[in-house]
Design a protein around this ligand. Structure first.
Ligand code: IVH
Length: 712
């Protein structure tokens, strides 16, 4: 067919796009191609040529535009349309039975489930606006993730445009899906990586997640990813009434849905499904780590609700961990960030659930002694989901001569310092100068919940220490791009990016700074508590300082002031105080503090802290962006899309869809007068809405199940 025979290039381009879309769908989603690959390529080339000579005909959702996006400098952080919760799970039957009992108690006996394979991949949100893929966001912390739209577009089974032939497409559709890599593709990819001297991925899930996090979509395009869609996160319009109808709707929109999903009436049928799936697990082309059980009736889901972490209407029944037998070759003491020396078992590589395992954590000296594991023994190892492999037990080999029992060395394998036993554990006391600990501390300071320095991972931290570029943690802030560029693996761009990221991290939230110091016992949650209690680093440090001499006969209570903080007991307080009091720690902390400016968390004056507000429509007295600034100045978060987590939608003139969505979700709406009340007196100043009971009456409490970071 020539372009002229069909009324011009525009029309031909449209025909070709439609044909290619249809045949891609048949090939990638339905697995039922109707034309040969050769014919498909021909059509594709024709469209490419046509678009090359008529660039104005290129549409963003043209099949030629899958790998169109430019490489990014960094991923944008994007808030999910609705939170992406995780699942309550267990590998035991009792919790599953209790789940079923809870559902029956809440809803009666007339319930049904849908059971689905639990795909072991990377969770992602896909958003379609007017039927076109507008963004794809990784799960991240469940509230916000990274925008990887350009990468998701490269996956052929993801429609850039939904099919509308069988079912009307809603104006907005946010979906939850799992990106996977098939086991065969994963192995081929690893072989390729190894050939070019690059590190292989540990398992298909890491390979899928890693491929999604490529800044250059061309790299992702070369990775064999696939996807299954299983849930509607948000929809403009009426959602399908059941999970079965949801899966059907997704199929009709041309989205790939796992073919093994099916209804189940009760625990008996659930167990039968799980047995069947587990039995065929090794024949599946992709990895699964269990099954997911979901209430079929969507309205019933709202009745049972959700916790801040997981929906109460679904449950993941995990497969029991896989076990194998192999030989233990060598036990090596490895020094971690906090100076703990952990015995690591090096084993003859063995396949566990599709992954080759050659190392396992033996935890501590006593564990090695208790299990009586020695070099050369035959051992049983297991890998449970994403958990690090473990050595379960040693297997008797009568008549075989065994090696001597393993002993922890007396000196640190990294710096030679005399090791100190503490209970079952062993420590290297050379906290800041031991190279292994130094690298660990640098990595920790840069980690996601600490200063979140992009590009400062384990490998880089090790490199910086090994090459002698950094001898003390604070020297991180003196790094120069020129120096970095002398190191292997750094080019001008990566070097300047890292230096910029380090310098940007100098202003950070107080909680991140406290966490980043790697103080024993202080995890993310405790760091947040400390930050909101003390409000400045100096106040925290003061509280953690050892007390002056106690009156004769009395013991000085360590860190009394620390114990006022939620979650800190006497033992923890003592450890924190002891750590910070060490002269070498104190010196490093002083220096770090001179580089870093920690920002305190919102104070009591932030009357709107923790509220999430959406503005829609025109306001009379100010522009929307002015209103947003005023709200944000009082601690509110102004977001652009309405979800169940939204506290208020402020609707001005001609508000549009966001108002409808607020009404569907039951989110409280305010007019301009309400906005003023909010700005002047906080949420307590709002006059009660007319059609709901007055404050104090049951049922007026706002949804407080927001993620902990946003809690007021
Ligand atoms: S439903 C709010 N269905 O398992 C409920 N999840 O720990 C949303 N997953 O992060 C989850 N297959 O990425 C659901 N058929 C399936 C799934 C599935 C895999 C993942 C999901 C989630 C994790 C739960």
């Amino acid at each position: 067919m020539s372009e002229s025979s069909h009324g011009g290039p525009e029309r031909r381009a449209r025909e070709l796009r439609r044909a290619l879309r249809h045949h891609s769908y048949l090939y990638y989603v339905r697995n039922q191609p109707e034309i040969s690959d050769g014919r498909f390529d021909e059509l594709f080339r024709e469209l490419k040529a046509l678009e090359a000579s008529h660039p104005e005909l290129v549409t963003p959702d043209s099949p030629t535009q899958r790998v169109g996006a430019e490489p990014l400098d960094a991923f944008e952080t994007i808030e999910h349309t609705a939170p992406m919760l995780s699942l309550d799970s267990s590998a035991d039957v009792q919790p599953l039975e209790r789940f079923d009992e809870r559902m029956r108690k809440a809803l009666g006996d007339d319930i049904g489930y849908v059971v689905e394979p639990k795909l072991d991949g990377a969770s992602i949100e896909l958003v379609y606006e007017s039927g076109r893929l507008s963004r794809a966001v990784t799960r991240g912390d469940g509230v916000r993730g990274e925008g990887v739209t350009g990468n998701i577009r490269t996956i052929h089974s993801v429609p850039l445009r939904l099919r509308a032939a069988d079912r009307a497409v809603p104006p907005l559709l946010a979906l939850r899906a799992e990106v996977i890599m098939r086991v065969g593709d994963f192995e081929a990819l690893n072989a390729r990586l190894l050939e070019s001297d690059r590190p292989p991925f540990a398992n298909p899930r890491n390979a899928a997640a890693g491929s999604l996090r490529q800044l250059d979509p061309r790299i992702t395009a070369a990775r064999p990813l696939d996807i299954y869609v299983y849930d509607i996160l948000a929809i403009d319009g009426r959602p399908p009434p059941t999970q079965r109808a949801t899966l059907e709707a997704l199929r009709e929109w041309g989205l790939p849905v796992n073919e093994r999903c099916r209804p189940a009436a009760d625990v008996g049928e659930i167990l039968a499904f799980q047995a069947e799936i587990e039995e065929g697990r090794d024949d599946l082309e992709y990895e699964i780590d269990g099954i997911v059980i979901k209430l079929d009736d969507i309205a019933a889901r709202d009745e049972v609700g959700e916790t801040s972490h997981h929906p109460r209407w679904a449950f993941a029944f995990k497969f029991p961990p896989r076990k194998e037998v192999t030989r233990l070759l060598h036990i090596f003491p490895s020094v971690g960030r906090t100076g703990v020396v952990t015995p690591i078992a090096f084993m003859r590589p063995v396949e566990l659930g599709g992954v080759t395992v050659s190392r396992a954590n033996l935890h501590n000296r006593e564990e090695v002694a208790r299990k009586d594991i020695r070099e050369g023994d035959r051992v049983r190892v297991q890998r449970a989901g994403d958990v690090i492999p473990q050595v379960l037990e040693r297997i008797e080999e009568p008549g075989r001569e065994r090696a001597e029992p393993w002993v922890m060395p007396g000196e640190c394998p990294s710096c030679g310092t005399l090791l100190e036993p503490r209970g079952p554990y062993t420590f290297c006391p050379n906290l800041f100068a031991c190279p292994a600990q130094l690298a660990g501390r640098i990595q920790h300071l840069g980690s996601r919940h600490a200063l979140d320095i992009e590009g400062l991972g384990e490998e880089t931290a090790n490199l910086l220490v090994r090459q002698g570029v950094i001898g003390r943690v604070p020297e991180l802030f003196e790094l120069e791009a020129a120096k970095l560029m002398e190191l292997e693996g750094f080019a001008e761009r990566s070097a300047t990016n890292l230096v910029t990221a380090i310098s940007e991290a100098r202003t950070t939230e107080l909680a991140r700074f406290i966490y980043g110091l790697g103080i024993p016992e202080i995890g993310v949650t405790v760091a947040r508590e400390l930050a909101s209690h003390f409000l400045s680093f100096e106040a925290f440090r003061e509280a953690a300082a050892p007390r002056e001499e106690a009156p004769a006969g009395e013991e000085a209570p360590a860190g009394e002031a620390l114990q006022e903080v939620d979650g800190i007991g006497p033992r923890m307080a003592e450890q924190i105080t002891a750590f910070l009091a060490r002269p070498e720690v104190s010196a490093v902390v002083d220096e770090l503090r001179s580089w870093i400016e920690p920002v305190p968390p919102p104070r009591a004056g932030d009357t709107l802290a923790g509220l999430r507000i959406v503005l829609t429509g025109g306001l009379e007295s100010m522009s929307r962006s002015e209103a947003a600034k005023k709200l944000e100045a009082l601690g509110a978060k102004v977001t652009s899309s309405v979800s169940k987590q939204t506290s208020y939608v402020v609707a001005g003139e001609n508000p549009g869809r966001k108002l409808e969505r607020a009404e569907t979700l039951g989110v409280e709406t305010l007019d301009e007068a309400g906005l003023f009340e909010l700005l002047s007196g906080g949420p307590d100043a709002l006059s009660p809405p007319e059609d709901v009971p007055a404050p104090g009456a049951a049922g007026d409490a706002p949804e407080t199940d927001a993620p902990e970071t946003d809690a007021p």
